[in-house]
Design a protein around this ligand. Structure first.
Ligand code: G4P
Length: 536
Protein backbone atom coordinates (compact mmCIF):
# COMPACT_ATOMS: atom_id res chain seq x y z
CA UNK A 1 0.00 0.00 0.00
CA UNK A 2 2.76 2.43 0.98
CA UNK A 3 4.52 1.81 -2.29
CA UNK A 4 1.49 2.97 -4.24
CA UNK A 5 1.04 6.04 -2.10
CA UNK A 6 4.64 7.20 -2.25
CA UNK A 7 5.21 6.49 -5.92
CA UNK A 8 2.38 8.69 -7.06
CA UNK A 9 2.57 12.43 -6.69
CA UNK A 10 -1.21 12.54 -6.29
CA UNK A 11 -3.50 10.14 -4.53
CA UNK A 12 -5.04 7.94 -7.28
CA UNK A 13 -8.54 8.77 -6.04
CA UNK A 14 -7.95 12.33 -7.32
CA UNK A 15 -8.12 11.02 -10.87
CA UNK A 16 -11.55 9.46 -10.38
CA UNK A 17 -14.73 11.13 -11.67
CA UNK A 18 -18.07 9.53 -10.89
CA UNK A 19 -21.00 10.90 -12.83
CA UNK A 20 -24.48 10.01 -14.02
CA UNK A 21 -26.51 11.14 -17.00
CA UNK A 22 -30.07 12.20 -16.29
CA UNK A 23 -32.70 12.84 -18.92
CA UNK A 24 -36.32 12.48 -19.87
CA UNK A 25 -36.78 9.31 -21.98
CA UNK A 26 -35.84 9.96 -25.62
CA UNK A 27 -33.77 13.06 -24.98
CA UNK A 28 -30.73 11.05 -26.07
CA UNK A 29 -29.09 9.59 -22.96
CA UNK A 30 -28.27 6.24 -24.57
CA UNK A 31 -26.96 7.85 -27.74
CA UNK A 32 -24.85 10.26 -25.73
CA UNK A 33 -23.49 7.47 -23.51
CA UNK A 34 -22.50 5.46 -26.52
CA UNK A 35 -20.86 8.35 -28.31
CA UNK A 36 -19.01 9.43 -25.18
CA UNK A 37 -17.57 5.93 -24.93
CA UNK A 38 -16.66 6.09 -28.62
CA UNK A 39 -15.09 9.52 -28.33
CA UNK A 40 -13.07 8.35 -25.33
CA UNK A 41 -11.96 5.26 -27.25
CA UNK A 42 -13.62 2.87 -24.80
CA UNK A 43 -15.60 1.23 -27.59
CA UNK A 44 -14.77 1.20 -31.27
CA UNK A 45 -18.00 1.03 -33.09
CA UNK A 46 -21.45 2.45 -32.57
CA UNK A 47 -24.08 -0.01 -31.47
CA UNK A 48 -21.87 -1.81 -28.97
CA UNK A 49 -23.63 -0.47 -25.92
CA UNK A 50 -27.00 -1.31 -27.36
CA UNK A 51 -25.71 -4.74 -28.39
CA UNK A 52 -24.49 -5.33 -24.90
CA UNK A 53 -27.94 -4.37 -23.65
CA UNK A 54 -29.43 -6.78 -26.15
CA UNK A 55 -27.26 -9.63 -24.93
CA UNK A 56 -28.13 -8.87 -21.38
CA UNK A 57 -31.79 -8.82 -22.22
CA UNK A 58 -31.66 -12.34 -23.54
CA UNK A 59 -30.34 -13.49 -20.21
CA UNK A 60 -33.60 -13.51 -18.38
CA UNK A 61 -37.23 -13.28 -19.14
CA UNK A 62 -38.08 -10.46 -16.85
CA UNK A 63 -35.97 -8.22 -18.96
CA UNK A 64 -38.53 -8.76 -21.69
CA UNK A 65 -40.42 -6.03 -19.96
CA UNK A 66 -37.58 -3.68 -20.64
CA UNK A 67 -37.60 -4.67 -24.26
CA UNK A 68 -41.34 -4.57 -24.79
CA UNK A 69 -41.75 -1.21 -23.19
CA UNK A 70 -38.58 0.21 -24.63
CA UNK A 71 -37.24 1.39 -21.33
CA UNK A 72 -34.17 0.69 -19.33
CA UNK A 73 -35.01 -0.75 -15.95
CA UNK A 74 -31.69 -1.64 -14.43
CA UNK A 75 -28.80 0.68 -13.88
CA UNK A 76 -25.20 -0.22 -14.28
CA UNK A 77 -21.77 1.34 -14.37
CA UNK A 78 -19.33 1.87 -17.20
CA UNK A 79 -15.73 2.89 -16.72
CA UNK A 80 -13.59 4.70 -19.27
CA UNK A 81 -10.42 6.72 -19.30
CA UNK A 82 -9.85 10.11 -20.84
CA UNK A 83 -7.08 12.67 -20.43
CA UNK A 84 -5.51 10.72 -17.60
CA UNK A 85 -8.75 10.53 -15.64
CA UNK A 86 -10.85 7.47 -14.85
CA UNK A 87 -14.54 8.14 -15.43
CA UNK A 88 -17.19 6.01 -13.83
CA UNK A 89 -20.46 6.58 -15.63
CA UNK A 90 -23.46 5.41 -13.67
CA UNK A 91 -26.45 4.62 -15.80
CA UNK A 92 -29.75 5.70 -14.27
CA UNK A 93 -33.08 4.27 -15.36
CA UNK A 94 -35.16 6.99 -16.95
CA UNK A 95 -38.60 5.61 -16.21
CA UNK A 96 -40.41 7.43 -13.45
CA UNK A 97 -41.39 4.23 -11.66
CA UNK A 98 -37.76 3.72 -10.85
CA UNK A 99 -37.05 7.03 -9.22
CA UNK A 100 -36.05 5.31 -5.98
CA UNK A 101 -33.43 3.24 -7.76
CA UNK A 102 -32.30 6.36 -9.56
CA UNK A 103 -32.06 8.23 -6.30
CA UNK A 104 -29.84 5.56 -4.84
CA UNK A 105 -27.63 5.57 -7.92
CA UNK A 106 -27.28 9.33 -7.69
CA UNK A 107 -26.06 9.02 -4.08
CA UNK A 108 -22.99 7.40 -5.60
CA UNK A 109 -22.39 10.15 -8.21
CA UNK A 110 -20.35 13.31 -7.67
CA UNK A 111 -21.69 15.09 -10.74
CA UNK A 112 -24.55 14.76 -13.25
CA UNK A 113 -24.94 15.55 -16.94
CA UNK A 114 -28.48 16.70 -17.64
CA UNK A 115 -29.46 16.02 -21.25
CA UNK A 116 -32.23 18.13 -22.76
CA UNK A 117 -33.85 17.75 -26.15
CA UNK A 118 -33.26 21.11 -27.88
CA UNK A 119 -36.83 21.12 -29.18
CA UNK A 120 -38.43 20.23 -25.86
CA UNK A 121 -36.39 21.76 -23.04
CA UNK A 122 -37.27 20.69 -19.52
CA UNK A 123 -39.64 17.70 -19.56
CA UNK A 124 -41.42 16.13 -16.57
CA UNK A 125 -38.84 13.46 -15.89
CA UNK A 126 -35.98 15.95 -16.25
CA UNK A 127 -37.58 17.94 -13.48
CA UNK A 128 -38.03 14.93 -11.20
CA UNK A 129 -34.47 13.77 -11.66
CA UNK A 130 -33.18 17.27 -11.19
CA UNK A 131 -35.02 17.48 -7.88
CA UNK A 132 -33.27 14.32 -6.78
CA UNK A 133 -29.92 15.90 -7.68
CA UNK A 134 -30.87 19.04 -5.80
CA UNK A 135 -31.54 17.06 -2.61
CA UNK A 136 -27.81 16.40 -2.54
CA UNK A 137 -26.70 19.57 -4.35
CA UNK A 138 -24.95 17.50 -7.00
CA UNK A 139 -23.25 19.79 -9.54
CA UNK A 140 -24.89 19.61 -12.96
CA UNK A 141 -23.51 20.10 -16.44
CA UNK A 142 -26.25 20.66 -19.02
CA UNK A 143 -26.08 19.26 -22.55
CA UNK A 144 -28.71 20.52 -24.98
CA UNK A 145 -28.97 17.79 -27.58
CA UNK A 146 -30.29 17.29 -31.13
CA UNK A 147 -29.19 20.53 -32.79
CA UNK A 148 -29.15 18.67 -36.09
CA UNK A 149 -32.95 18.94 -35.77
CA UNK A 150 -35.08 22.06 -35.46
CA UNK A 151 -34.50 23.47 -31.98
CA UNK A 152 -36.36 25.95 -29.87
CA UNK A 153 -34.96 29.42 -29.34
CA UNK A 154 -31.85 28.91 -27.20
CA UNK A 155 -32.50 31.96 -25.01
CA UNK A 156 -35.92 30.50 -24.23
CA UNK A 157 -34.41 27.15 -23.26
CA UNK A 158 -31.91 28.84 -20.97
CA UNK A 159 -34.68 30.96 -19.39
CA UNK A 160 -36.69 27.80 -18.84
CA UNK A 161 -33.78 26.13 -17.02
CA UNK A 162 -33.43 29.19 -14.82
CA UNK A 163 -37.15 29.41 -14.10
CA UNK A 164 -38.11 25.79 -13.65
CA UNK A 165 -34.97 24.61 -11.91
CA UNK A 166 -34.02 27.82 -10.11
CA UNK A 167 -30.50 27.35 -11.38
CA UNK A 168 -28.14 30.01 -12.75
CA UNK A 169 -27.10 29.20 -16.30
CA UNK A 170 -23.90 30.04 -18.16
CA UNK A 171 -23.67 29.04 -21.82
CA UNK A 172 -20.14 27.80 -22.50
CA UNK A 173 -20.85 27.55 -26.22
CA UNK A 174 -23.38 29.03 -28.60
CA UNK A 175 -24.97 27.16 -31.50
CA UNK A 176 -25.37 28.70 -34.93
CA UNK A 177 -28.98 27.88 -35.94
CA UNK A 178 -30.32 24.33 -35.87
CA UNK A 179 -31.78 21.60 -38.06
CA UNK A 180 -30.82 21.86 -41.73
CA UNK A 181 -29.32 25.29 -41.15
CA UNK A 182 -27.14 24.14 -38.24
CA UNK A 183 -23.62 25.40 -38.89
CA UNK A 184 -21.72 24.69 -35.71
CA UNK A 185 -21.01 26.49 -32.49
CA UNK A 186 -18.85 29.08 -30.87
CA UNK A 187 -16.75 28.18 -27.83
CA UNK A 188 -17.37 31.29 -25.79
CA UNK A 189 -14.32 30.96 -23.57
CA UNK A 190 -11.76 30.53 -26.31
CA UNK A 191 -12.83 32.55 -29.34
CA UNK A 192 -13.13 29.44 -31.41
CA UNK A 193 -15.80 28.27 -33.84
CA UNK A 194 -16.45 24.57 -34.40
CA UNK A 195 -18.01 24.02 -37.83
CA UNK A 196 -20.65 21.29 -37.94
CA UNK A 197 -20.23 18.44 -40.34
CA UNK A 198 -23.02 15.92 -40.45
CA UNK A 199 -20.75 12.92 -41.01
CA UNK A 200 -19.42 13.10 -37.47
CA UNK A 201 -15.90 13.87 -38.65
CA UNK A 202 -14.90 17.06 -36.91
CA UNK A 203 -13.66 19.75 -39.20
CA UNK A 204 -10.88 21.62 -37.43
CA UNK A 205 -11.76 24.49 -35.14
CA UNK A 206 -11.46 27.92 -36.75
CA UNK A 207 -11.11 31.41 -35.35
CA UNK A 208 -14.38 32.93 -34.19
CA UNK A 209 -15.32 35.85 -36.46
CA UNK A 210 -12.66 34.98 -39.04
CA UNK A 211 -12.97 34.32 -42.77
CA UNK A 212 -13.08 30.57 -42.33
CA UNK A 213 -16.05 30.86 -40.00
CA UNK A 214 -17.81 33.13 -42.52
CA UNK A 215 -17.05 30.61 -45.26
CA UNK A 216 -18.45 27.69 -43.30
CA UNK A 217 -21.61 29.54 -42.29
CA UNK A 218 -21.96 30.78 -45.86
CA UNK A 219 -25.04 32.93 -45.26
CA UNK A 220 -24.56 36.64 -44.56
CA UNK A 221 -27.84 37.09 -42.68
CA UNK A 222 -27.27 34.05 -40.50
CA UNK A 223 -23.70 35.15 -39.82
CA UNK A 224 -24.90 38.54 -38.61
CA UNK A 225 -27.66 37.04 -36.50
CA UNK A 226 -25.23 34.53 -34.98
CA UNK A 227 -22.65 37.21 -34.16
CA UNK A 228 -25.32 39.27 -32.40
CA UNK A 229 -26.53 36.27 -30.44
CA UNK A 230 -23.01 35.45 -29.32
CA UNK A 231 -22.62 39.02 -28.04
CA UNK A 232 -25.80 38.56 -26.02
CA UNK A 233 -24.71 35.11 -24.85
CA UNK A 234 -21.54 36.59 -23.37
CA UNK A 235 -23.71 38.75 -21.13
CA UNK A 236 -24.72 35.71 -19.09
CA UNK A 237 -21.44 36.28 -17.31
CA UNK A 238 -18.56 34.12 -16.23
CA UNK A 239 -18.70 30.53 -15.14
CA UNK A 240 -18.25 30.38 -11.39
CA UNK A 241 -16.75 27.07 -10.33
CA UNK A 242 -17.69 27.45 -6.68
CA UNK A 243 -21.31 28.13 -7.53
CA UNK A 244 -21.30 25.11 -9.86
CA UNK A 245 -19.81 22.84 -7.19
CA UNK A 246 -22.46 23.96 -4.74
CA UNK A 247 -25.19 23.07 -7.23
CA UNK A 248 -26.34 26.64 -7.91
CA UNK A 249 -25.00 27.17 -11.43
CA UNK A 250 -24.96 24.96 -14.49
CA UNK A 251 -22.62 25.41 -17.45
CA UNK A 252 -24.53 24.72 -20.68
CA UNK A 253 -23.09 22.83 -23.66
CA UNK A 254 -24.75 22.12 -27.00
CA UNK A 255 -24.50 19.57 -29.76
CA UNK A 256 -25.84 16.49 -31.43
CA UNK A 257 -25.15 13.19 -29.69
CA UNK A 258 -26.29 11.32 -32.80
CA UNK A 259 -23.88 13.18 -35.07
CA UNK A 260 -21.13 13.02 -32.43
CA UNK A 261 -20.96 16.79 -32.45
CA UNK A 262 -20.02 18.46 -29.18
CA UNK A 263 -19.53 15.13 -27.40
CA UNK A 264 -15.78 15.40 -26.98
CA UNK A 265 -16.19 18.95 -25.70
CA UNK A 266 -18.66 17.65 -23.13
CA UNK A 267 -16.18 15.01 -21.91
CA UNK A 268 -13.52 17.71 -21.74
CA UNK A 269 -15.91 19.81 -19.64
CA UNK A 270 -16.38 16.87 -17.28
CA UNK A 271 -12.61 16.37 -17.10
CA UNK A 272 -12.18 20.03 -16.27
CA UNK A 273 -15.04 20.72 -13.91
CA UNK A 274 -16.53 17.53 -12.47
CA UNK A 275 -15.30 17.20 -8.90
CA UNK A 276 -13.30 14.19 -7.74
CA UNK A 277 -14.38 12.13 -4.75
CA UNK A 278 -15.10 14.27 -1.70
CA UNK A 279 -14.97 13.62 2.03
CA UNK A 280 -18.18 11.90 3.08
CA UNK A 281 -20.26 12.18 6.18
CA UNK A 282 -20.55 9.03 8.23
CA UNK A 283 -20.94 7.64 11.71
CA UNK A 284 -17.56 6.33 12.87
CA UNK A 285 -17.34 4.45 16.14
CA UNK A 286 -20.77 5.78 17.01
CA UNK A 287 -19.82 9.46 16.44
CA UNK A 288 -20.66 11.78 13.55
CA UNK A 289 -17.54 12.06 11.45
CA UNK A 290 -16.27 12.15 7.87
CA UNK A 291 -14.05 9.88 5.83
CA UNK A 292 -11.66 11.39 3.30
CA UNK A 293 -10.73 9.59 0.06
CA UNK A 294 -7.11 9.45 1.24
CA UNK A 295 -7.92 7.85 4.62
CA UNK A 296 -6.14 4.53 5.14
CA UNK A 297 -9.13 2.42 6.10
CA UNK A 298 -11.04 1.04 3.14
CA UNK A 299 -14.71 1.96 3.22
CA UNK A 300 -17.64 2.29 0.84
CA UNK A 301 -21.34 1.74 0.45
CA UNK A 302 -23.59 -0.44 -1.66
CA UNK A 303 -25.86 1.69 -3.85
CA UNK A 304 -27.15 -1.01 -6.15
CA UNK A 305 -27.70 -4.74 -6.09
CA UNK A 306 -28.37 -6.48 -9.34
CA UNK A 307 -29.34 -10.05 -10.04
CA UNK A 308 -28.91 -11.97 -13.25
CA UNK A 309 -25.85 -10.26 -14.57
CA UNK A 310 -24.43 -13.60 -15.55
CA UNK A 311 -26.82 -16.32 -16.76
CA UNK A 312 -24.47 -19.05 -15.54
CA UNK A 313 -24.58 -17.89 -11.96
CA UNK A 314 -27.58 -16.96 -9.95
CA UNK A 315 -25.49 -14.68 -7.78
CA UNK A 316 -26.26 -11.10 -7.13
CA UNK A 317 -23.74 -8.38 -7.70
CA UNK A 318 -23.53 -5.56 -5.19
CA UNK A 319 -22.13 -2.31 -6.58
CA UNK A 320 -19.84 -0.76 -3.99
CA UNK A 321 -18.77 2.83 -4.30
CA UNK A 322 -15.46 3.15 -2.51
CA UNK A 323 -15.19 6.17 -0.25
CA UNK A 324 -11.70 5.77 1.22
CA UNK A 325 -8.57 3.67 1.32
CA UNK A 326 -6.82 1.42 -1.17
CA UNK A 327 -8.86 -1.67 -1.80
CA UNK A 328 -6.95 -4.84 -2.64
CA UNK A 329 -8.41 -7.98 -4.08
CA UNK A 330 -8.96 -10.64 -1.43
CA UNK A 331 -9.50 -8.11 1.32
CA UNK A 332 -12.01 -8.82 4.06
CA UNK A 333 -14.66 -6.17 4.50
CA UNK A 334 -17.29 -5.95 7.21
CA UNK A 335 -20.73 -4.46 7.10
CA UNK A 336 -21.46 -1.79 9.68
CA UNK A 337 -23.17 -3.49 12.57
CA UNK A 338 -26.80 -4.26 12.04
CA UNK A 339 -29.63 -3.56 14.43
CA UNK A 340 -29.22 -6.94 16.05
CA UNK A 341 -25.59 -6.09 16.74
CA UNK A 342 -23.88 -8.38 14.23
CA UNK A 343 -21.33 -7.66 11.53
CA UNK A 344 -21.21 -9.64 8.34
CA UNK A 345 -17.72 -10.23 7.01
CA UNK A 346 -17.06 -11.00 3.40
CA UNK A 347 -13.81 -11.83 1.69
CA UNK A 348 -13.83 -10.04 -1.61
CA UNK A 349 -12.02 -12.48 -3.88
CA UNK A 350 -13.63 -11.59 -7.19
CA UNK A 351 -14.28 -7.87 -7.26
CA UNK A 352 -15.29 -6.70 -10.73
CA UNK A 353 -14.50 -3.50 -12.57
CA UNK A 354 -16.95 -2.73 -15.34
CA UNK A 355 -15.64 -1.39 -18.60
CA UNK A 356 -17.75 -0.59 -21.61
CA UNK A 357 -17.15 -3.98 -23.20
CA UNK A 358 -15.38 -6.02 -20.59
CA UNK A 359 -15.31 -6.84 -17.00
CA UNK A 360 -12.03 -7.21 -15.21
CA UNK A 361 -11.01 -8.45 -11.83
CA UNK A 362 -10.11 -5.48 -9.68
CA UNK A 363 -6.69 -6.03 -8.12
CA UNK A 364 -6.61 -2.53 -6.69
CA UNK A 365 -9.29 0.12 -6.40
CA UNK A 366 -9.49 3.57 -4.87
CA UNK A 367 -12.05 6.02 -3.57
CA UNK A 368 -14.27 6.98 -6.48
CA UNK A 369 -14.04 3.52 -8.04
CA UNK A 370 -17.06 1.28 -8.26
CA UNK A 371 -16.48 -2.42 -7.76
CA UNK A 372 -18.99 -5.18 -8.25
CA UNK A 373 -19.00 -7.77 -5.47
CA UNK A 374 -20.63 -11.08 -6.38
CA UNK A 375 -22.39 -12.55 -3.36
CA UNK A 376 -25.13 -14.94 -2.42
CA UNK A 377 -27.55 -12.42 -1.04
CA UNK A 378 -25.37 -11.26 1.85
CA UNK A 379 -25.11 -7.66 0.73
CA UNK A 380 -28.05 -5.29 0.56
CA UNK A 381 -28.65 -1.89 -0.92
CA UNK A 382 -27.53 0.71 1.60
CA UNK A 383 -24.97 -1.49 3.35
CA UNK A 384 -21.81 0.26 4.48
CA UNK A 385 -18.66 -1.81 4.19
CA UNK A 386 -15.27 -1.17 5.75
CA UNK A 387 -12.21 -2.95 7.06
CA UNK A 388 -13.24 -2.20 10.63
CA UNK A 389 -17.02 -2.55 10.29
CA UNK A 390 -17.25 0.64 12.32
CA UNK A 391 -17.99 3.13 9.54
CA UNK A 392 -21.58 3.75 8.58
CA UNK A 393 -22.67 6.04 5.77
CA UNK A 394 -26.03 7.69 5.99
CA UNK A 395 -28.15 8.77 3.13
CA UNK A 396 -29.50 5.78 1.26
CA UNK A 397 -33.12 6.22 2.10
CA UNK A 398 -36.29 4.29 1.53
CA UNK A 399 -39.23 6.24 0.18
CA UNK A 400 -42.76 5.51 1.33
CA UNK A 401 -44.30 3.50 -1.51
CA UNK A 402 -47.14 4.94 -3.51
CA UNK A 403 -48.61 1.52 -4.27
CA UNK A 404 -49.29 -1.24 -1.78
CA UNK A 405 -50.20 -4.70 -3.01
CA UNK A 406 -51.02 -7.94 -1.24
CA UNK A 407 -49.14 -10.95 -2.57
CA UNK A 408 -51.41 -13.98 -3.11
CA UNK A 409 -50.16 -17.40 -4.19
CA UNK A 410 -52.14 -19.88 -6.21
CA UNK A 411 -50.44 -22.62 -4.17
CA UNK A 412 -50.57 -21.64 -0.47
CA UNK A 413 -48.09 -24.38 0.43
CA UNK A 414 -45.37 -22.32 -1.21
CA UNK A 415 -45.74 -19.42 1.23
CA UNK A 416 -42.23 -19.89 2.60
CA UNK A 417 -40.75 -19.77 -0.89
CA UNK A 418 -42.68 -16.65 -1.66
CA UNK A 419 -41.47 -14.95 1.49
CA UNK A 420 -37.89 -15.77 0.53
CA UNK A 421 -38.40 -14.41 -2.99
CA UNK A 422 -40.02 -11.20 -1.76
CA UNK A 423 -37.30 -10.68 0.83
CA UNK A 424 -34.61 -11.24 -1.73
CA UNK A 425 -36.15 -8.74 -4.17
CA UNK A 426 -36.61 -6.23 -1.38
CA UNK A 427 -32.93 -6.60 -0.46
CA UNK A 428 -32.07 -5.84 -4.05
CA UNK A 429 -34.18 -2.71 -3.72
CA UNK A 430 -36.64 -3.76 -6.45
CA UNK A 431 -39.62 -3.32 -4.14
CA UNK A 432 -40.24 -2.96 -0.42
CA UNK A 433 -41.74 -5.63 1.79
CA UNK A 434 -43.98 -5.10 4.80
CA UNK A 435 -45.00 -7.88 7.14
CA UNK A 436 -48.15 -7.01 9.08
CA UNK A 437 -47.98 -7.78 12.81
CA UNK A 438 -51.17 -9.78 12.52
CA UNK A 439 -52.00 -12.40 9.92
CA UNK A 440 -49.74 -13.96 7.33
CA UNK A 441 -50.17 -11.49 4.48
CA UNK A 442 -47.19 -10.05 2.77
CA UNK A 443 -47.60 -6.50 1.57
CA UNK A 444 -45.38 -5.25 -1.19
CA UNK A 445 -44.73 -1.57 -1.71
CA UNK A 446 -43.57 0.15 -4.89
CA UNK A 447 -43.22 3.63 -6.28
CA UNK A 448 -44.85 2.66 -9.58
CA UNK A 449 -46.77 -0.20 -11.15
CA UNK A 450 -43.93 -1.19 -13.46
CA UNK A 451 -41.93 -2.27 -10.42
CA UNK A 452 -44.76 -4.63 -9.48
CA UNK A 453 -44.82 -6.07 -13.02
CA UNK A 454 -41.07 -6.62 -12.99
CA UNK A 455 -41.30 -8.31 -9.62
CA UNK A 456 -44.16 -10.64 -10.64
CA UNK A 457 -42.25 -11.64 -13.77
CA UNK A 458 -39.08 -12.31 -11.82
CA UNK A 459 -40.85 -14.36 -9.17
CA UNK A 460 -42.32 -16.46 -11.93
CA UNK A 461 -39.12 -17.01 -13.90
CA UNK A 462 -36.56 -17.11 -11.10
CA UNK A 463 -38.53 -18.79 -8.35
CA UNK A 464 -41.18 -20.66 -10.37
CA UNK A 465 -44.03 -19.20 -8.33
CA UNK A 466 -47.37 -18.05 -9.68
CA UNK A 467 -48.28 -15.01 -7.68
CA UNK A 468 -50.96 -12.38 -8.02
CA UNK A 469 -50.58 -8.92 -6.59
CA UNK A 470 -53.99 -7.81 -5.39
CA UNK A 471 -55.25 -4.45 -4.35
CA UNK A 472 -54.50 -4.13 -0.67
CA UNK A 473 -56.87 -2.56 1.82
CA UNK A 474 -54.04 -0.17 2.65
CA UNK A 475 -53.16 2.89 0.60
CA UNK A 476 -50.49 4.63 2.65
CA UNK A 477 -47.39 3.45 4.51
CA UNK A 478 -45.45 5.58 6.99
CA UNK A 479 -42.49 4.72 9.19
CA UNK A 480 -43.27 5.45 12.83
CA UNK A 481 -40.44 6.83 14.95
CA UNK A 482 -40.20 8.50 18.32
CA UNK A 483 -37.64 9.70 20.83
CA UNK A 484 -39.86 8.10 23.44
CA UNK A 485 -39.57 4.30 23.08
CA UNK A 486 -42.39 3.67 25.58
CA UNK A 487 -44.81 5.86 23.60
CA UNK A 488 -43.80 4.08 20.38
CA UNK A 489 -44.33 0.65 21.92
CA UNK A 490 -47.69 1.72 23.34
CA UNK A 491 -48.79 2.90 19.89
CA UNK A 492 -47.63 -0.37 18.30
CA UNK A 493 -49.46 -2.45 20.93
CA UNK A 494 -52.64 -0.45 20.53
CA UNK A 495 -52.66 -0.57 16.71
CA UNK A 496 -51.58 -4.14 16.02
CA UNK A 497 -54.05 -4.42 13.15
CA UNK A 498 -52.40 -1.57 11.26
CA UNK A 499 -48.75 -2.11 12.11
CA UNK A 500 -46.23 -3.90 9.95
CA UNK A 501 -42.47 -4.39 9.98
CA UNK A 502 -40.24 -3.45 7.08
CA UNK A 503 -37.23 -5.50 6.01
CA UNK A 504 -35.12 -4.00 8.80
CA UNK A 505 -37.78 -4.71 11.42
CA UNK A 506 -38.73 -1.03 11.68
CA UNK A 507 -42.39 -0.33 12.53
CA UNK A 508 -44.61 0.97 9.75
CA UNK A 509 -48.15 2.23 9.96
CA UNK A 510 -50.30 0.88 7.15
CA UNK A 511 -53.28 3.18 6.68
CA UNK A 512 -56.32 3.29 4.45
CA UNK A 513 -55.89 6.97 3.72
CA UNK A 514 -53.74 9.99 4.35
CA UNK A 515 -56.53 11.15 6.66
CA UNK A 516 -55.87 8.17 8.96
CA UNK A 517 -52.19 9.09 9.12
CA UNK A 518 -53.02 12.70 10.02
CA UNK A 519 -55.44 11.47 12.67
CA UNK A 520 -52.83 9.17 14.22
CA UNK A 521 -50.31 11.99 14.09
CA UNK A 522 -52.67 14.44 15.86
CA UNK A 523 -53.47 11.89 18.55
CA UNK A 524 -49.83 10.96 19.14
CA UNK A 525 -47.77 14.15 19.20
CA UNK A 526 -44.67 12.35 20.46
CA UNK A 527 -44.55 10.16 17.35
CA UNK A 528 -43.43 11.05 13.84
CA UNK A 529 -44.85 9.42 10.73
CA UNK A 530 -42.16 9.51 8.05
CA UNK A 531 -42.33 9.37 4.28
CA UNK A 532 -38.59 8.90 3.93
CA UNK A 533 -36.57 6.54 6.05
CA UNK A 534 -32.80 6.63 6.22
CA UNK A 535 -31.54 3.16 7.05
CA UNK A 536 -30.35 2.74 10.60
P1 G4P B 1 -32.85 7.97 -24.24
O1 G4P B 1 -31.76 7.01 -23.92
O2 G4P B 1 -32.70 9.29 -23.55
O3 G4P B 1 -34.23 7.45 -24.11
O4 G4P B 1 -32.71 8.37 -25.78
P2 G4P B 1 -31.98 7.64 -26.99
O5 G4P B 1 -30.52 7.87 -26.94
O6 G4P B 1 -32.48 6.25 -27.09
O7 G4P B 1 -32.55 8.52 -28.18
C1 G4P B 1 -33.90 8.61 -28.47
C2 G4P B 1 -34.07 8.88 -29.94
O8 G4P B 1 -33.49 10.16 -30.24
C3 G4P B 1 -33.39 7.87 -30.84
O9 G4P B 1 -34.13 7.79 -32.03
C4 G4P B 1 -32.06 8.53 -31.13
O10 G4P B 1 -31.47 8.11 -32.34
C5 G4P B 1 -32.49 9.99 -31.25
N1 G4P B 1 -31.40 10.92 -30.96
C6 G4P B 1 -30.55 10.93 -29.92
N2 G4P B 1 -29.69 11.96 -30.04
C7 G4P B 1 -29.99 12.58 -31.19
C8 G4P B 1 -29.44 13.70 -31.86
O11 G4P B 1 -28.49 14.34 -31.45
N3 G4P B 1 -30.04 14.06 -33.04
C9 G4P B 1 -31.10 13.39 -33.56
N4 G4P B 1 -31.61 13.80 -34.70
N5 G4P B 1 -31.64 12.32 -32.94
C10 G4P B 1 -31.09 11.93 -31.78
P3 G4P B 1 -35.13 6.62 -32.33
O12 G4P B 1 -35.62 6.82 -33.72
O13 G4P B 1 -36.13 6.54 -31.24
O14 G4P B 1 -34.27 5.35 -32.18
P4 G4P B 1 -33.19 4.76 -33.19
O15 G4P B 1 -34.01 3.95 -34.12
O16 G4P B 1 -32.49 5.90 -33.85
O17 G4P B 1 -32.30 3.97 -32.29
Amino acid sequence: MTKIMTNTSEHPSKTRRVFAIISHPDAGKTTLTENMLLAAGAIHQAGQVAARGQRRRTQSDWMKIEQERGISVSSSVMTFEHRGLVFNLLDTPGHEDFSEDTYRTLTAADCAVMVLDAAKGIEPQTLKLFEVCRLRDIPIITFVNKFDREARDVFETLAEIEDKLALDVVPMQWPCASGRRFKGMAELGSNIFLPFTSDGEHAGAVEFGGDEMAASIDDADLLEEFSEEVELAREYGEFNEQSFLEGHMTPVYFGSALKKFGVLQLIDALARYAPGPQAQKCIKNGQEDTVAPSDKIVSGFVFKVQANMDPNHRDRVAFLRLSSGVFKRGMKLKTASTKDGGNKTISVHNPILFFAQDRELAELAYAGDIIGIPNHGVLRVGDSLSETGKIKFAGIPNFAPELLRRARLSDPLKAKHLRKALESLAEEGVTQLFKPAMGSDMIVGAVGSLQIDVMAERIKTEYGLEVVFEQSMYQVARWVVSDDPAALQAFIDKNQGAIAEDLDGAPVLLAKSQWDVSYASDKNPSLRFLKIKERS
